[in-house]
Design a protein around this ligand. Sequence first.
Ligand code: BEZ
Length: 213
Amino acid sequence: MATIRLGDIAPNFIAQSTEGEINFHEWLGDSWGILFSHPADYTPVCTTELGTVAKYKPEFDKRNVKVVALSVDGLSSHKGWINDINETQNTTVNFPIIADEDGNVSELYDMIHPNSDSKLTVRSVFIIGADKKVKLMIIYPASTGRNFDELLRVIDSLQLTAYHKVATPANWNSGDDCVVSPSIATEDISAIFPKGYKEIKPYLRMTPQPDLN
Ligand code: BEZ
């Protein structure tokens, strides 16, 4: 297992999923992607997480992001559990769940942490750009369900900053002012950001979000 770092190409793999065999890079195509692992099927927090992702799917689609879940449980377990998720979370699971029974993908992505449990995947999240590079990694413990609003917020920031010379400040949400990239000289800001800017300090220049009308 090689350590994955931000900016690395997300390792490719072929795996069985509830929606058939997935060749990860081919499946991603030109989309962004989220690969997220959960400890085990038929567990309470994971049930709420996967139900939430199913409800948020239109938001991921809007951002051109494909979502795929993973655990080391098998396909028949996943399929049975999906019925429970649909029933209890009042939704329809609408994304693939990888059955990583041999631990191949978990190993590639370092999703098994022996200090947590040597057999189960932790709650890892990998956001992958359209260039197949890893843009963000977050690891949560089994006891804490993920905040999928935060993942949408991060995707908005990642996609904005990939195409515009801005960064996003603390607690930023889409629509808020952005930080002008430190690499831009103050005398060049007006030409790049016609909506204007405010200089709070020479190193802290704010501008309206550039991709909004
Ligand atoms: C859960 O999803 O509820 C869970 C899974 C593993 C350990 C603890 C909680």
